[in-house]
Structures are given as C-alpha cells and as structure tokens.
Design a protein around this ligand. Structure first.
Ligand code: ZN
Length: 563
C-alpha cells in the first residue's frame, strides 16, 4: 500500500483533455446505439476520475503548505484552466442527453445520475467560463488572506486556528481579548474583505444573467444540485427552526450562563459550556490520533477495515503549522480509492471531531469507492454527505472516553448542545445569502446591517458587548463558506437534524441506529436526499413538526443531565 506522500502527481494537460471532450461530443452526436453512448459515458467517467485525482493531490499539498511554490503554481494553473475543461465536458454531456439513445442508456444507471446531469448542464455555458475562473480566483484570494493571518496575542504570533483555544479560555477577560485580537485582524483587512465579496456577488449575478436566471439564487440551487427541495421548502425549514429550536436554545443558554457563572451571556461566552473550560482531549496529539484510530477499529468490522487503510496509507494531515490553510476537510483521490482528512489540531474538542466528523465523511467515501458506482454518484448531494459525518459524531459516543477521560459526560452534553445551537446559526447564514443574492445591489454596509438583523432574530440571547468586527455586523466574513460555496450551509442544518434523530435512536438502541445509518450511507449518491431518508426509515426534516420531536429529545437529555 502506497503512502500519501508517494502518491504520484502529474499536471493534467487541460488543453488536451478539452480537445478529447470536444471529440467525444462529436462521437456522442453520431452514436449509432445505446452501447456506443454507454461506452462514451464510461470513458468520460475514467477521464474525470484521473483529472479529479490529480486536482485533489495538488489541492491537498497546497493546503498543507500554502507557501510551497510548486503546488501553489499547480493549483493556480488548474483553477485557471479547469473551467474550460469542465465546460467541454458539460458540452459532451449535453450531447449525451440530446441523443435519441439516451433514454435507453438511462435505464442502465441510477436515475438520479441523469437528473443531476440535466441540472449540471444548466449551470454553465461557454459564455460563463471566464466568469467562473474569475470567481475561483477571488475565492483563492480570500483563502490566502485568511491563511496569512499573523495575530499578535499575549506575546505569541498565532494563526486564526491557533487562536481557537484562547477564544474559549475559562478566564472571561482572556477569551474576550482573543475575540478582540481576531476581530482586529479582520477589521484591518475590512476593505479587502468587502471588495472581494462585492466582486464575488457581482461575478455571480452576471453569471446568472448570462444563463438566463433572474438572480444568482436560482443558479446557486442548481449548482448545488438541489434535486429534491427548493427555496420554498428551505424557507419552511427555517421557519420551523425559528419556531422550535430558537426558543429551546434560548432556554438552554440561560442554563449555560448559570453553569459558567455569568449573569448575561456575551458573545465570547457562547462557546464556553462549563466554568472550568470545555472538555479537551486528555492526551497528546498522538494520543488523540491513536484514540481516533481505535474508535473505528472497535466500532464495526467495516469501519476497522477502513481505518486500517487510512492509517497505513497515512491519509491524514492533522497538526496546525505555519503556512497551512485554515479549517478542516475531507476529500478523496479516486485513483487510489483513498479518502484524505485535513485539519488543524489545536487541543480542543475540535480535534476529536476531526475523527468523528471528517472520519465519517472519509468512511462514506471509502465505502462508496469500493461499491463500483460511477464516479458522479459515488457521493450524494452535500446535505447527505453531512449526514454521514454528523451522525457518525453521535455513533462515536460509546468510545468518547478514550479522548476525554473523566470529562466524557460533559463532553457529550457540550457536543449535543452545540449540535442544536448550530442550527439557528446555520439558518442565519443561509437566510443571509438569500438576502445578498436576491438583492445584489446592496452595499457592503447594508449587508452588515442585514447580518445584524438576522443575529437578533436567530440568536437573540447573544450580547456582542461592543466587540470589534462582530458588533458591527462583519462577523459573517470569517465564514469561509459564504465566500467559497454559496448556499452550502443549510446542508449542515438539514444534516444536523437528521443526526439528532440518529442520536435519539442510539439512546435507545445503538445497533438499531447503526442499521438506519448504514442503510443511508451504503446507497452513496445513487438516490436523492429525501429518497435516502425514506429508504433508511428516517424522518424528512422538511415536514412541519419533525423538529419538535428532536427538540423534545434534546430537552430531556439536558434536563436529566442537570438532575
Ligand atoms: Zn462535514
């Protein structure tokens, strides 16, 4: 088994690949049978897997060290040239979909593959290729700016990720100072942050208009392949959140304030669940890694097989270092059937989530890569991917002791509450983006005002206490997704509600919860989100009332905890 460091990277020849797709488009137009068309689809799948593998390797190595010039150049080359290649591929798909043999071919693949393909070809045209490259460059600029952060704090120079533990420090003045230091960094780049986002909104609006949509929101939904729910359904979900979850969170936040001994909860208290600080992994980084590996070794035979592969191939980059891109993610390299987990360990519960959350994504990738599905349906849409990871966080509960030791009970409460608390925040991010893209003429200042209004609606219990950056409504600018991946946030909220149902099931019977979970995961991307839920016997979060049950379970758990 090869290790990640031995994985071979070759710069994809984008021009040659583009030419190949142009040729395949002609062949699709002239195909004389369903078999011929099918062969072309398989060929496209292989080309895509190869291209995606190299793209993945370059991106991973670039994010591990953003100062490395070789991979920086490679990523720049790929970002500049890949839009033309994907456009040629889309053009090929258009020819496949228009072929008289398409209906025959469709029967041989999962139905959703063609539903998705029909949506995908509507998201671009040769006229938007240049705009798409411009969009990627702006996102890259934002990421570089955040990664460049050198924040002076209490005699140290820290990255945003390294500042994380200070923001939940048991000493209130300490964590307030950390929030101030972070806020000041962002405010010192306010003009750039505003300009990058304003350009992004304009580029996205122009793209939507060129493709004939009334605004970017429509295009944004298509780009995320929302194949089983629309804007209206999302609005219903958000109003259910306002109705059931916001009041429960306010209730639980009062208890949190009592528990940590403050009379009113300030913005910088929000992440502190316990007076003597939040439970942290008890061991070294190596111990956390070992506990993460053991978790999967002991869960199920299939998870043991998966983690063994990850461990032997060294498919992790875990520790925060200078030059490393912020955040955490899981991606995969199809050529090696290899998931990859990237993170910035910082000594908090976040390190455990790398295993329980990103580990859940990686597990789903591992299973799908071995099921023999075509590449385009190996992964479902993103809210379903988040179900894999967020539910795994709860399925991991029986093994949390090896991470948290004596504070496991507290760690569980913090995890459960934070999962619930996240939903209003996520909905706020979602509603904000609807406002922004439905009203592209808003000025940066007006956007900040809109954000503040949403704060009052979704997190009325939070006092900003004149913090720089946050109290002026700029807080959304530290949310990578808003820049990087518009409308990709409600996905987390939907998935979180599914994961809370898995939690409720596991409280009664872990094996039963696992059965529902695996039924959902095993189908990979061969069904839509709503279909995946149905066949796995899980609730549909768009149905009014489904959140009420979840709130009930969380409330009971919290009440029992305090008894
Ligand atoms: Zn995730």
């Amino acid at each position: 088994m090869q290790k990640f460091s031995e994985f071979k990277y070759t710069r994809p020849d984008c021009a040659a690949l583009t030419a190949q797709y142009v040729e395949m488009k002609k062949q699709a137009e002239n195909a004389k049978s369903a078999d011929e068309l099918c062969e072309l689809l398989k060929k496209s799948d292989e080309l895509d897997a190869e291209f995606y593998s190299d793209y993945s390797i370059a991106s991973i190595r670039n994010s591990i060290d953003t100062r490395d010039e070789f991979y920086n150049d490679e990523v720049e080359y790929l970002m500049e040239n890949s839009p033309a290649t994907s456009e040629a591929q889309s053009d090929f798909m258009r020819a496949v979909l228009a072929s008289p043999y398409c209906a025959e071919v469709e029967k041989r693949f999962p139905k959703v593959m063609f539903t998705n393909a029909r949506m995908a070809v509507k998201t671009s045209s040769p006229e938007t290729v240049e705009l798409s490259a411009k969009e990627s460059a702006l996102v890259h600029e934002y990421q570089k700016l955040c990664a460049s952060a050198k924040i002076d704090f209490m005699g140290e120079t820290l990255t945003v990720a390294q500042l994380g533990p200070h923001k939940i420090h048991p000493d209130r003045a300490h964590r307030r100072a950390a929030f101030c230091a972070e806020g000041e960094f962002y405010m010192s780049h306010a003009d750039e942050l505003n300009r990058i986002f304003d350009d992004l909104v304009k580029v996205r609006a122009e793209m939507a208009h060129k493709l004939g949509y009334k605004n970017f929101t429509e295009l944004g939904y298509l780009r995320l392949t929302r194949n089983c729910y629309d804007e209206k359904m999302v609005e219903v979900f958000r109003s259910e959140v306002k109705k059931y979850i916001v009041p429960l969170v306010a209730e639980l936040k009062k208890k949190q304030a009592q528990r940590i001994g403050v009379d009113s909860l300030k913005f910088y208290d929000d992440g502190v669940t316990f007076k003597d600080g939040n439970p942290k992994p008890i061991g070294s980084y190596d111990d956390t890694r070992a506990a993460g590996v053991n978790l999967y070794k002991n869960m199920k035979p299939i998870t043991a097989e998966y983690i063994d592969f990850m461990d032997k191939c060294d498919l992790f980059s875990l520790i925060a270092t200078e030059g490393k891109a912020p955040g955490g993610y899981c991606t995969s390299i199809p050529r090696y059937k290899a998931p990859f987990i990237f993170s910035n360990f910082n000594g908090t519960a976040g390190d455990v989530e790398v295993f329980t959350h990103e580990g859940g994504h990686a597990f789903a990738d591992y299973v799908a890569e071995r099921a023999g599905y075509p590449l385009s349906v190996q992964g479902p849409t993103m809210e379903s991917c988040e179900c894999h990871s967020m539910s795994m966080e709860f399925l991991a509960w029986p093994w949390l002791e090896s991470f948290y030791g004596e504070r496991t009970k507290e760690a569980k409460l913090a995890h459960l509450q934070n999962s619930l608390f996240f939903i209003p925040y996520g909905c706020m991010v979602d509603e904000f983006q609807h406002i922004v893209y439905n009203n592209p003429e808003l000025t940066p200042e007006q956007r900040h005002e809109e954000w503040l209004k949403l704060e009052a609606e979704y997190r009325p219990y939070l006092d900003m206490d004149n913090l720089p950056f946050y109290s002026d409504g700029h807080g959304w600018q530290r949310q990578l997704h808003i820049y990087h991946n518009p409308f990709y946030y409600i996905d987390y909220c939907l998935a979180q509600s599914v994961s809370l149902e898995i939690f409720a099931l596991s409280q009664k019977d872990w094996e039963d919860a696992w059965t529902h979970y695996y039924a959902f995961l095993e189908k990979a991307g061969t069904l839509t989100f709503v279909e995946l839920l149905e066949q796995a016997g899980l609730s549909n979060p768009f149905k009014p009332g489904s959140l009420e049950k979840i709130c009930q379970t969380v409330r009971e758990y919290a009440e029992n905890y305090d008894k």
